[in-house]
Design a protein. Sequence first.
Length: 123
Amino acid sequence: MKLTAVTLDCADPLALADFYHRATGLPLHERSTDAFAGLSRGPAGSGLFLGFQRVEGYRPPSWPGQEVPQQLHLDFDVDDFDEAEARLVALGATVPAVQPRPDRWRVLLDPAGHPFCLTVPGA
């Protein structure tokens, strides 16, 4: 078994795909629409696909609370916490006040409210 895709619910798939495109450099999939957009590494079927699907009435997760559970989160390795955090905030991410282990990972929220973590390998 091989994991081939992860898809996030959101209100605006193209906007969220653009945020992650600018954050990761992964190219926008050529068949992306306002109902479903995606980013992929390499030709179709050859690498991990990150998808974004429109959900009517979407409610963002309430991290760290669980009124609306986070459901999942993504982790990204970075070389420098402060530099990566500043770049992602400039792209539209936000930094929640609660940071459980800021020496080991940093929690950010994407523009649709999904929490994701930055980690420095070996930290």
